[in-house]
Design a protein around this ligand. Structure first.
Ligand code: GLN
Length: 529
C-alpha cells in the first residue's frame, strides 16, 4: 500500500479496497514503528487523523469523489494548524497552538486530505540540513549518518521513508528542492504568489512560497491543484486563474528548448553528481527536448544578495516574537526590557539569532544603502538574467545541489559552507520563478536531483517535463534501503527514540517534548520554561 501512487490510492478508496481509516491507520503504524530512526515528525495527530479519515469515508460513501479525498498527508510544521501545535522547529513556538488554519491547510482539509501530523524542520526554516530544529536533527532515510537537507527535511524524509504519500513544504531559497534532491523525491516551488502564504510562519516574505513534495511529478500535480489559488487574505497572492496541473502531464517534449546555464556546471559541481545530471539531460534530449547552452551571468551574486535580503526580512518578521503576545516567555522577568531580551535570547537558536543580527545591521540607517538597497538592485539583475534567457529557451535545467547529502554535523559549525549549498536554488526565489527537483539517480547510494526552472506561472510545463522524465526512467521509484545502511544488523544508529522507548501513551496524544528527543547542543539546556 505504501508504494501506491496517489491516483492508485484514490482508486482503491473509491473501489472500497480499503477505507481512509484503514489507510490512515497503516501510515500511523508505520510512523510509530519507524520514525524513531528519522525524527521526521514533530507532532503526530493520531486522533485528529482518524477523525478526518472517518469524515472522508463518510464523504466517499455518499458518492463524493475527489483526487485527494481520504488521502493522508503531512504538513511542514510551519503551516498553522488549528488546535495542533505549530512550532516552526523553534523553542519560541514550542507551546503555540494556533487558533486558525493556514489557507493551505484549509484548502487541503476541504479537499478531504487527512493530516497525519507536522514535520520537523530547520528552526524558522533557516537552514539546509534540518539540524537547527529545537526537536533534534532529521536523519536521511537513505543513510542515517546523513542530513535530509532542509529546511523541509522532515517532509522530504517522511515521503522518502513512506511515512506519508504526500507532504507540504516551503521554499525561501531552496527548502523544497534541496531536501527533495537529498531524499530522492520530487518537490516543486511554485511561482511567488501562486500559493497563499496566509498562516505560513513568515521567514522572508518576498521569497517564501509553499509547495508540494511527493514521490512523483504526477502526485505533486495533484497536491498543487489543491494548494494553489488566489487568497484574498494574502495581498501578494496572484489572481491569475489556476490551471489543472494534471491535464498536461502527457504532453510530448518534442521541440522543448531547455537552457543549460554554464554557471551551473562549473568547478563547484561534484563530478559524479554532474554525470547524473548529464544522464538525465540526455534522456530529456531523447524525448525530444533541445538542449541549449546559456549564461546567467549574475549567478555568483545570488548567495550574497540572498543572505542580505532574507535576513533583513527575517529580522523584521521575527520582531513579533517578544514574549508578550504568544510563544515562549522567560521566567520571572525583572522588567519589560528583560522580558523582551531574555525571551528572545532563550527562545531563539543560534542560526536564527545570527540572521536577526545580520538583517538588523543591513537595515540600519547607516548601512541600508550600502547593503539592503544594493542587494535589491542586484536582485533585479539576477531576475533580468532569467528573463533574457527565457527569450531563447522555454525552461532551464541544471543540478539542484552541488552534490549528494552531506553527513550530520559536517557543516553545522560553518555557516558559510552551509550557505554555499544553496548556490543553484537561491536565484530562483530572488526572481520569483517556479523550480522543481526530480530524482536523477544515485551517487554512492545517495540520491541527487535535477533542477528544472520554468517561466513565471508555468508550473504545468515543469510538471509535464518531470512526468515525462519519470515515465522514461525509474530514478523516482528507487526506495531507501531501510535499516541496511546503518551500524549493526538492521539496527539504526539514530539518536532518536527507538519505537520501544516511545510508549504509546506518550506518543498518542500527539506532541513530543523536545527534552525527550534527540539531544542537540542547545535543545534541552537550562532555562526551560
Ligand atoms: N537554505 C536557505 C536558508 O537557509 C533556504 C532556506 C529555505 O528555503 N527556507 O535560508
Amino acid at each position: 500500500m505504501h508504494e501506491l501512487s496517489v491516483a492508485q490510492l484514490s482508486l482503491g478508496l473509491r473501489e472500497k479496497q480499503f477505507s481512509s481509516v484503514e489507510l490512515t491507520r497503516s501510515y500511523l503504524d508505520r510512523i510509530r514503528a519507524l520514525d524513531g530512526h528519522y525524527n521526521s515528525f514533530v507532532t503526530v495527530d493520531e486522533n485528529g487523523a482518524l477523525a478526518a479519515a472517518a469524515a472522508a469515508d463518510t464523504r466517499l460513501a455518499a458518492g463524493e469523489t475527489g483526487p485527494l479525498l481520504g488521502i493522508p498527508l503531512a504538513h511542514k510544521d510551519i503551516f498553522c494548524s488549528r488546535g495542533v501545535r505549530t512550532s516552526c522547529g523553534s523553542k519560541m513556538l514550542d507551546n503555540f497552538v494556533p487558533p486558525y488554519d493556514a489557507t493551505v491547510a484549509t484548502r487541503l482539509r476541504d479537499a478531504g486530505t487527512v493530516m497525519l501530523g507536522k514535520t520537523n524542520m530547520d528552526e524558522f526554516a533557516m537552514g539546509s540540513s534540518s539540524e537547527s530544529s529545537f526537536y533534534g536533527p532529521v536523519r536521511n532515510p537513505w543513510h542515517s549518518d546523513c542530513v535530509p537537507g532542509g529546511s523541509s527535511g522532515g517532509s522530504a524524509a517522511a515521503v522518502a521513508a513512506r511515512l506519508a504519500p504526500l507532504a507540504t513544504g516551503t521554499d525561501t531559497g531552496g527548502s523544497i528542492r534541496q531536501p527533495a534532491a537529498f531524499c530522492g523525491i520530487t518537490g516543486l516551488k511554485p511561482t511567488y504568489g501562486r500559493v497563499s502564504r496566509l498562516g505560513m510562519v513568515a521567514f522572508a516574505s518576498s521569497l517564501d512560497q509553499g509547495g508540494p513534495m511527493a514521490r512523483s511529478a504526477e502526485d505533486c500535480a495533484l497536491l498543487l491543484n489543491a494548494m494553489a489559488g488566489f487568497d484574498p487574505l494574502d495581498s501578494t497572492s496572484s489572481e491569475l486563474p489556476v490551471e489543472d496541473y494534471s491535464v498536461g502531464l502527457q504532453q510530448p517534449l518534442a521541440g522543448l528548448r531547455i537552457g543549460l546555464p554554464r554557471e551551473y556546471f562549473g568547478a563547484g559541481l561534484d563530478a559524479a553528481t554532474g554525470e547524473r545530471i548529464h544522464a538525465a539531460l540526455a534522456l530529456l534530449e531523447q524525448l525530444g527536448a533541445i538542449l541549449v547552452d546559456i549564461s546567467l551571468p549574475h549567478t555568483g551574486l545570488s548567495i550574497p544578495t540572498y543572505y542580505i535580503i532574507a535576513p533583513a526580512e527575517a529580522s523584521t518578521n521575527l520582531s513579533r516574537f517578544d514574549g508578550v503576545r504568544y510563544g515562549y516567555r522567560c521566567q520571572q522577568p525583572r522588567d519589560l526590557h528583560d522580558l523582551y531580551t531574555r525571551s528572545r535570547q532563550e527562545g531563539f537558536g543560534d542560526e536564527v539569532k545570527r540572521r536577526i543580527l545580520v538583517g538588523t545591521y543591513a537595515l540600519s540607517a547607516g548601512y541600508y544603502d550600502a547593503y539592503y538597497r544594493k542587494a535589491q538592485q542586484v536582485r533585479r539583475l539576477i531576475q533580468e538574467d532569467f528573463l533574457k534567457a527565457f527569450e531563447q529557451v522555454d525552461m532551464i535545467a541544471g543540478p539542484t545541489t552541488p552534490g549528494p547529502a552531506f553527513t550530520l554535523g559536517a557543516k553545522g559549525s560553518d555557516p558559510l559552507a552551509m550557505y554555499l549549498e544553496d548556490v543553484y536554488t537561491l536565484a530562483v526565489n530572488l526572481a520569483g520563478l517556479p523550480g522543481m527537483s526530480v530524482p536523477a539517480g544515485l551517487v554512492d547510494g545517495m540520491p541527487v536531483g535535477l533542477q528544472l526552472i520554468g517561466q513565471h506561472f508555468r508550473e504545468a510545463r515543469l510538471l509535464n517535463v518531470g512526468h515525462q522524465l519519470q515515465q522514461a526512467s525509474d530514478w523516482h521509484r528507487q526506495v531507501p534501503p531501510v535499516g541496511a545502511r546503518s551500524a549493526g544488523e538492521g539496527v539504526w544508529s539514530s539518536p532518536g527514540l527507538s519505537p520501544a522507548e516511545r510508549a504509546p501513551t506518550e506518543w498518542a496524544p500527539t506532541e513530543r517534548a523536545p527534552a525527550e528527543r534527540a539531544p542537540t547542543e542547545r535543545a534541552p539546556t537550562g532555562g526551560a520554561p
